[in-house]
Design a protein around this ligand. Structure first.
Ligand code: EPU
Length: 423
């Protein structure tokens, strides 16, 4: 086990390259199941979650390699249709193989993901959709067993927009017989990226990025070659790193347009956040000025992302005034609050709402990461804090941020990764 040791108080300056998106990569990897042969994905981040999805593909008999950000998946020998508990429990996104397996092989056995640090996170909408497409679904011994001779097109309405639910059913519908209409879909850029790859595979999909997606099923798909979109959550995390340290960072991302809500909110804090030809430049308003407090409400895209809520809260911990942070996507995504409080943050929690009163300075402390984005918020708080902080349980951070400490160090951060002492 390793921990991060951060000496705070250094304004970060320079340029940072943004990696490929984790949440686009995972469904794209699952989509390789839909066709026999070798699919190639470029700009893939080397992350624990990506390796977990790779292990899952290998366990099912597929080939998988990841080198220099290029991921190759060869599904010619795929002959196992199970996603076992050991893998699903470490990564819920494993459930993304369910739709492709049933669509292509007529069967799948996928462990139910169970609860999660940020909420109950059921997959009832994924299952409802597959059932509507004619799959027989059985829940037994902690597993979902799904069977179908061939899926049929159907009209499906999501009670809440679900990102992986939309992706799972879009993949399943691509090989179904007839037309599927998905309503109240998630509109995230990662859904659009998946649709683009599926279309390249020969799928007929219209409307991805809107709330109604229509898919006309085809009999066969071919493997794809595709470049993953940049990670908008990583880019947002570095934008906040600049704001919280009084820094000036050029965030090199080819798709700043994915980040409008975040940029608008950062500007409201009086940070100078502008699009540039190479990406985004985020510059704090001088060394003395604290950011202004602003309220945020998390929403499905294009709203303010829940995946940036914890990081934005870290910024609000040092803002001038009180801000209200309303988390509407997940019911329990405030696990970072007690840890931020250990660093001197003034936060009052009431249900899905946090009231954060900014303090002049956070203080370095030993803190523990509880989930991926919570970990990122603690790193940000530590970068801004007076004195030294230690962040434990780094494996959460490694699930979703590629070489984060290396990137931060290049921007001037005093950050080290060291082995944990065994107690
Ligand atoms: N929901 C249901 N039933 C379902 C599916 C979802 O009630 O069948 C609810 C969830 O409980 C939640 C809401 O719908 O309240 C939205 O959840 P969604 O299904 O969209 O989340 P997800 O697809 O499981 C993805 C990302 C998450 C991100 C959320 C929301 C991937 C692999 N994961 O999860 O990313 O927080 O969308 O944007 O794409 C992260 O990267 O740190 C992360 C957690």
């Amino acid at each position: 086990m390793e921990k991060l040791v951060i000496a705070g108080g250094v304004p970060l300056r320079g340029e940072v390259n943004i990696s490929g998106s984790k949440n686009a990569t995972l469904p794209l990897m699952a989509a390789s199941i839909l066709a026999a042969g070798k699919s190639v994905l470029r700009s893939v981040p080397e992350l624990r979650d990506v390796l977990t999805m790779g292990s899952l593909l290998k366990k099912m008999g597929a080939g998988f390699s990841l080198r220099d950000s290029v991921c190759e998946m060869d599904t010619s020998g795929l002959n196992e249709f199970t996603a076992p508990y050991e893998l699903v429990k470490t990564m819920r996104a494993s459930v993304l193989v369910l739709g492709p397996l049933v669509a292509r092989y007529g069967q799948a056995r996928v462990s139910l993901p169970g609860g999660c640090a940020i909420g109950a996170r059921p997959i009832n909408l994924h299952l409802m959709g597959l059932e509507r497409m004619g799959a027989e679904i059985e829940l037994a011994e902690g597993y979902v067993k799904a069977r179908a001779k061939r899926l049929n097109g159907a009209s499906i309405y999501f009670d809440v927009p679900t990102v992986t639910g939309t992706e799972n059913l879009m993949m399943a519908a691509a090989l179904a017989k007839g037309t599927t209409v998905l309503e109240n879909c998630a509109r995230e850029p990662e859904v659009v990226d998946l649709a683009d790859a599926l279309i390249r595979m020969g799928a007929r999909i219209e409307g991805a990025g809107g709330s109604l997606i229509e898919i006309e099923g085809v009999d066969e798909l071919r493997p794809y070659g595709h470049d993953v979109i940049p990670d908008r959550i990583e880019a947002a995390t570095f934008a906040i790193a600049s704001a919280i340290t009084g820094g000036d960072i050029l965030i090199k991302t080819s798709r700043p347009d994915f980040m409008d809500a975040i940029m608008i909110k950062l500007r409201e804090t009086r940070v100078d956040a502008v699009k540039t030809p190479g990406g985004l430049r985020v510059k704090a308003n001088g060394n003395s000025g604290r950011p202004a407090s602003v309220n945020i409400t998390t929403m499905p895209y294009p709203g303010f992302p829940t995946d940036v809520q914890a990081q934005f809260m870290a910024l609000m911990c040092v803002a001038n005034g009180t801000s209200i942070i309303n988390e509407t996507v997940f019911e329990n995504r405030f696990m970072h609050v007690p840890e931020l409080q250990r660093m001197g943050a003034q936060i009052v929690l009431q249900g899905g709402m946090a009231s954060v009163t900014g303090v002049e300075k956070l203080k370095g402390a030993q803190v523990m990461a509880t989930d991926l984005r919570a970990s990122a918020s603690l790193v940000l708080a530590a970068l801004a804090a007076e004195g030294e902080s230690e962040i434990h349980r780094l494996y959460h951070l490694d699930r979703g941020y590629e070489r984060m400490e290396e990137k931060l160090r290049r921007l001037g951060a005093q950050i080290r990764r060291v082995p944990e002492q065994r107690g």
